[in-house]
Design a protein around this ligand. Structure first.
Ligand code: NAD
Ligand code: TYD
Length: 352
């Protein structure tokens, strides 16, 4: 049988597809619309690999998804496809609702119609794994307990609101139509293949290009950093053993302020690629106007997935961030590929 991965040319999806085909031999169909965030170069190691099929298209195209489900005998869908960048959702919310809400609706409808035509056994074994975010829970104060699966949804950005809506749709399809769904809400991912609009790859890219390292506001916002390889292993485990209808929070157990993260990257680069003039990359740090509605702190309580499925993150921040910096230093051509015209337009609009 085969799994369908949507958004598999994006950051986490590409890591997941590569990881899946390293860990086993079950074929993968990747469906991706190839927006600015999708990159076939990320899947280049699979060129010529008969276990992988790439299909260019949208999750909202029900007819296409229906054909893929039937013709590839799909047993599980892992849904990564989304508009994912908070700052873009602030400057233009509409595409977030088109993809994250209407797209997810189309995907769910295609799966519902497909399952209606299957026998009981195949229907029960089918899985729809929806990959979501901790941002649906809103923001935490410094002493608040970390987000548990039972926290109320309080999204603060258009991105978070669109993901919250998609989570609600997935839940409703379980309750109303009995779809065998699983939902994961994870914290900020980092690692290889992340588009350099997100904090960590943006800082690495700007540092090497001798540009300002933009830190929003005081830089004391806290994120719980999850190494992407650990996220992939969590998703594999949830797909394998998760209970349909359940939600699992996935975190890295690595709470850091943004300024700590940026300073750590500068220290790593100082050692690995010292600047010709002998100064530190940290001199490029620039505090800029804060993001509107900026959530102060995210932290994940991942005890449920540990207790029920035996999963824990394996990568410390020290190890993961060093691996990430080394990956970007060693893959300048991937970065050059993705930082072409459209990327430069965004950077100019966002940072002036
Ligand atoms: P990304 O922006 O790097 O990739 C998204 C991918 O989806 C791209 O390849 C894009 O082309 C594709 N896509 C967009 N619209 C599509 C459509 N209509 N049909 C098919 N494909 C489409 O995102 P990411 O960082 O890899 O995130 C993947 C998922 O994980 C998202 O759902 C996101 O909300 C969630 N998530 C991400 C993080 C994070 O830190 N990156 C944290 C929590 C949750
Ligand atoms: P980001 O990578 O955009 O992820 P998210 O907003 O989903 O958490 O941002 C991570 C943190 O870094 C967030 O608190 C915003 C901050 N940030 C900056 O300070 N400067 C930047 O240029 C960017 C892109 C983010």
């Amino acid at each position: 049988m085969t799994i369908l991965v949507t958004g598999g040319a994006g950051f986490i999806g590409a890591n997941y597809v590569l990881d899946w085909l390293t860990a086993g031999n079950e074929p993968v169909v990747t469906l991706d619309a190839l927006t600015y965030a999708g990159n076939l170069a990320s899947l280049a190691p699979l060129n010529g690999d008969a276990r992988h099929t790439f299909v260019h298209g949208s999750i909202g195209d029900q007819a296409l998804v229906g054909r893929l489900l039937r013709s590839h005998d799909i047993r599980a869908v892992v849904n990564f496809a989304a508009e994912s960048h908070v700052d873009r959702s602030i400057s233009g919310p509409a595409p977030f609702f088109e993809t994250n809400v209407m797209g997810t609706l189309g995907l769910l409808e295609a799966v519902r119609n497909h399952l209606a035509a299957l026998g009981d056994g195949a229907r029960q074994d089918f899985r729809f794994l929806h990959v979501s975010t901790d941002e649906v829970y809103g923001t935490l104060g410094p002493a608040d307990p970390a987000f548990a699966e039972t926290n109320p949804y309080q999204p603060n950005s258009p991105y978070a609101a669109s993901k919250a809506s998609s989570d609600h749709l997935v839940r409703a399809y379980r309750e109303t139509y009995g779809l065998p769904v699983l939902v994961t809400n994870c914290s900020n991912n980092y690692g290889p293949l992340q588009f350099p609009e997100k904090l960590i790859p943006l800082v690495i890219h700007n540092a090497l290009a001798n540009k300002a390292l933009p830190v929003y506001g005081d830089g004391l916002q806290v994120r719980d950093w999850l190494y992407v390889g650990d996220h992939c292993s969590a998703l594999r485990r949830v797909l394998e053993a998760g209970m349909p209808g359940e939600t699992y929070n996935v975190g890295g157990d690595n709470q850091k302020t943004n300024i700590e993260v940026v300073r750590t990257i500068c220290t790593l680069l100082d050692a690995r690629r010292p600047k010709a003039d002998g100064t530190s990359y940290a001199n490029q740090i620039t505090h800029v106007t804060d993001r509107p509605g900026h959530d102060r702190r995210y932290a994940i309580d991942a005890r449920k997935i540990e207790r029920e499925l035996g999963w824990r993150p394996a990568t410390s921040f020290t190890e993961g961030i060093a691996r990430t910096v080394d990956w970007y230093l060693g893959n300048a051509s991937w970065v050059d590929d993705v930082t072409s015209g459209a990327y430069r337009d965004w950077i100019k609009r966002q940072y002036g």
